[in-house]
Design a protein around this ligand. Structure first.
Ligand SMILES: O=C(O)c1ccccc1NCC(=O)[C@H](O)[C@H](O)COP(=O)(O)O
Length: 219
């Protein structure tokens, strides 16, 4: 994978997937979580996965999956990476890594500096650590809520390339987010949608172009 990474998450149609891949997304994410407005069945995910084969790394996102679901994901959808977006512990994350031997993205909620210390404990266990805003207590889903956390928490850190910035990113704020945090990997879902769960072609293209431009300008 490239040094700088862009992940477009929550894709669910062949058309928007094609746009993301053509615009240069490094990773494309498919959500398998029935409460999500972006949920796709494993069969649909498998078809989308096939479409993106060799063009971008393909990620299946689940929330606190048990082994039965993971077995199904590995057989039916066969992703390149697995994203754990629930409250998976370090032990459970290690267990999944050992059992399936697949690159893992572990999502970690951030609201305070202490959360970053907690996130660092997953270094070397998951392959990518996705820093996301914590969901509101009333939210039905633990991610994909379009809320940013305080990027100033990252401003004077030099987190390694295994960290990915997420939460409330948009085509309009991605330049500022990259300049402030110096993050080399970013992930977006709501910010490239026209309404909840509906991806927007122009926003996907603009997000990717703006992220690449920020990195090109030397941040
Ligand atoms: O996107 C969802 O619907 C979702 C549901 C359940 C768990 C996680 C989910 N999304 C996680 C993602 O990877 C999002 O891209 C990330 O949370 C950022 O989302 P957003 O703030 O909407 O850009």
């Amino acid at each position: 994978m490239a040094n700088q990474l862009i992940k477009i998450c929550g894709l669910s149609t062949p058309e928007t997937l094609a746009v993301a891949v053509d615009a240069g997304a490094d990773l494309v994410g498919f959500v398998h979580f029935p409460k999500s407005p972006r949920h796709v069945s494993l069969e649909t995910a498998g078809k989308l996965m096939h479409q993106a084969d060799g063009k971008a790394k393909r990620v299946i996102l689940t929330v606190d999956p048990d082994d039965q679901l993971l077995d199904e994901i590995m057989t039916v959808a066969r992703p390149d990476l697995l994203q754990l977006h629930g409250s998976e512990t370090i032990e459970r994350t290690k267990e999944i890594k050992t059992r399936y031997n697949i690159p893992l993205i572990k999502a970690l909620g951030v609201a305070t500096a202490h959360d970053l210390v907690q996130a660092q404990k997953f270094e070397g266990i998951a392959d990518l650590l996705l820093l996301d805003a914590k969901p509101a207590p009333t939210s039905e889903i633990p991610g994909g809520n379009g809320i940013p956390f305080d990027w100033e928490l990252l401003a004077h850190k030099s987190l390694g390339p295994q960290y990915m910035l997420s939460g409330g990113l948009t085509p309009d704020n991605i330049d500022r987010a990259i300049r402030l945090t110096h993050m080399q990997a970013v992930d977006v879902s709501s910010g490239v949608e026209s309404s909840r769960g509906i991806k927007d072609i122009d926003k996907i293209q603009t997000f990717i172009a703006n992220a690449r431009a920020a990195w090109r300008s030397g941040v």
